[in-house]
Design a protein around this ligand. Structure first.
Ligand SMILES: Nc1ncnc2c1ncn2[C@@H]1O[C@H](COP(=O)(O)OP(=O)(O)OP(=O)(O)O)[C@@H](O)[C@H]1O
Ligand SMILES: Nc1ccn([C@H]2C[C@H](O)[C@@H](COP(=O)(O)O)O2)c(=O)n1
Ligand SMILES: [Mg+2]
Length: 245
């Protein structure tokens, strides 16, 4: 069964000195960074209603290889959401002759996080051009800086946050056997991505858990077993998502 989590119930939430230090360093940077990201976005309009409906937003979070993308495909098939993977949008931008191409490549290779202004812009562009009003935003926000920039620029908050909670050894095993030619699917980058996940992404999950928005999914099991935990989350809010106005 799925359940809402409290801020203290994550099996993988660690408070080691290393992560606390890294997070504190990032925390002092991210307020300044998100303020400047937001100011550079002054020309981007907040999300608008479409056909009288406000967007229904789900953030899909979890460590590298926890199965976010795999489950998103099933959610789209069953519940008719539009799937926006932040990683896919960045990879597409990277190969599109964009001015950000080499910066995105280097950031992904090093397992770090691309500045929010770039990622938020890509996500909002896709949301605005979609006919759908129900969105799965996969792999975003990856940091408090991402979260604050998105909320300030879009003027929106997620309705639902899914957290795929998976042990590290299982995530490493899945990523190393993914075989999709990703430049970050190697052991060195995975180790860095896991550290970044712990230090920067868990605080975002904690933030939304305190707001009662997080649904923790045990990400160990078969794809279908995991989807059985996901389904009730969307069944419970189907009417709200449909009627959203
Ligand atoms: N429940 C599962 N059991 C075993 N393998 C799985 C399961 N779910 C997904 N996988 C496989 O694990 C790999 C990683 O899954 P997926 O790409 O969905 O993860 P992700 O969370 O989107 O990762 P990333 O953050 O790196 O994009 C894929 O090869 C996928 O087929
Ligand atoms: N909000 C995000 C999402 C992704 N990235 C970069 C860094 C990630 O390691 C990489 C791959 O993402 P994934 O496909 O694993 O979701 O993309 C980012 O910088 N910011
Ligand atoms: Mg993915």
């Amino acid at each position: 069964m799925w359940r809402k989590v409290t801020s203290t119930s994550f099996s993988s939430l660690k408070s080691s000195l290393f992560f606390t230090r890294l997070h504190l360093q990032q925390a002092s940077k991210h307020n300044a960074a998100s303020a400047s990201a937001v100011s550079r976005f002054a020309t981007i309009a907040p999300l608008q209603e479409k056909d009288g409906r406000c967007p229904f937003i789900t953030f899909v979070l979890g460590g590298p290889g926890s199965g976010k993308g795999t489950q998103c495909i099933k959610i789209v098939e069953t519940f008719g959401f539009k799937h926006l993977s932040a990683g896919d949008l960045l990879r597409r931008e990277m190969v599109s002759n964009s001015e950000y191409g080499s910066m995105i490549l280097n950031t992904i290779k090093e397992g770090r996080i691309v500045p929010s202004e770039v990622t938020v812009k890509l996500i909002l562009k896709e949301m605005e051009s979609s006919d759908n009003h129900k969105f799965l935003i996969d792999g975003f926000p990856r940091s408090e800086e991402n979260r604050i920039a998105f909320e300030k620029i879009s003027g929106a908050e997620p309705d639902v946050v899914l957290f795929f909670d998976c042990p590290e050894d299982e995530m490493v095993k899945r990523v190393l056997s993914r075989n999709q030619g990703r430049i970050d699917d190697n052991i060195d980058t995975i180790k860095k991505r896991l550290k970044v996940f712990e230090a920067l992404n868990l605080p975002v999950i904690d933030y939304y858990a305190k707001k009662g928005k997080v649904h923790r999914i045990n990400a160990v099991g078969t794809v279908d077993e995991i989807f059985e935990q996901v389904k009730p989350v969307f069944k419970a809010c189907e009417q709200k998502a449909f009627n959203r106005s």
